[in-house]
Design a protein around this ligand. Sequence first.
Ligand code: HEM
Length: 417
Amino acid sequence: MSLSETGEQTAFQTYYKPQSEEYLEDFRTVVDRLFTKTDERMGWYEPWMAWIVTSHDLCKTILADTRLTPDFMKWKFAPPEQAEADKNDFERMLDNALFRLDKEAHRRVRKLASKAFSMRMTEQIESQIKDVVVNAFDKLADKEFFNVADTLSVDIPRGSMSRLVGIPPEKEAIFHKLGWAMVRYNGIATTGEDREELLRAALEGVAMLQDVIQRRRDMPDKGDDFIGLLLTAQEGDDRLNDWEILGIVAAMIAAGSDTAGDMHPTLLYALLSNPEQFDKLKANPDLANNAITEILRYEAFGKTGLHRFALEDVEFEGITVKKGEQIIIAAQAGGLDPAQWDRPLELDIERNLNGNIVFGVGAHVCAGLFLARIQARLMLEEFGKRFPNAELAEPPTRDPAHYNARHITKLLVKTNI
Ligand code: HEM
């Protein structure tokens, strides 16, 4: 019998409180208690019907284990698979998203798409992302106060993603709605009515993307931007078809919209509440990449973690996880594991972060890493330039009901200009 069936409260369950108010406001204290008061690094969490793993080492081991998949449809509680003929275009696009593919298909698509995800490709659009960032700050130029969560958090990720995919500014709103639908469509809390509403918005977005891909395919010179590189990617005779390209864009939207939106207030909150670290970064901008990763470790905004579903019975820490059960890799806890990190509860932008899992690890490592970093670096540079004396006007407000993040709804900055 597995622990999930015994009904006993373990020490892990006593201390693991990811949905508590305390976790929302001060997740480091909750996670630290978990590490210092128990030896358990894996436990059953009934509200999410999942095994949770917390130690850095175990998170890494499980992420690298190919007996588990991120494909939600392999969960024993997933909705029944529809017949191919009954699927609409949005569902077909989701089927091709990177985290839905089986191991071999995923390896093939990531290999073919590798140039499109590269640092070189992202640097090519840096000047366009810089324009997006400058425009977002222009709107704030004369403001005494502004809320990062409804300004920079919206404008920068949305504009950056649209530039990446080549969506004209007037169609950005449709694109944004598609992102919203993608992350919520299969959510546990999504009702049938919500799903219909989400589907309407999503189908409009899919049709627009199909049009973009078709127009680009018809051009004699496909170009060397993101879509151009996907259209021309080739290994021997093997090429990506339109559904696969749509699936890649779908994964980028799903994985890169909310994350990047949460990233901007998180960075500013951490640096404005640790001004000596912000000064260090301003004095040495080369620290930017390290600082961004360190802040995402220290102030991680994830509430749940990375999802995996067992393709067969597997055993970790003496616990049997049965085929079809879910494991949630709480990477935000792994980032605070005292067995891995010295002084884990301190923010140190010069910390040696070798081995971190902030952007994942293994086959599914973040495909948007370079885009996320460029957005973050340009945002911080521009913020430092425009508002050198800015301070936090009040503590952040977070959404207790958010499905997977300690999502900041209001981070009020006093610009002091
Ligand atoms: C703060 C920002 C971000 C963080 C912390 C982050 C983190 C991660 C992590 C931890 C994974 C691994 C997921 C897993 O193993 O299940 C991942 C995957 C992924 N990320 Fe990011 N990400 C960020 C931003 C972005 C952005 C901006 C994009 C796209 C524009 C993006 C695209 C992706 C994609 C497509 C995957 C799936 C890769 C695959 O399954 O092969 N991410 N990300």
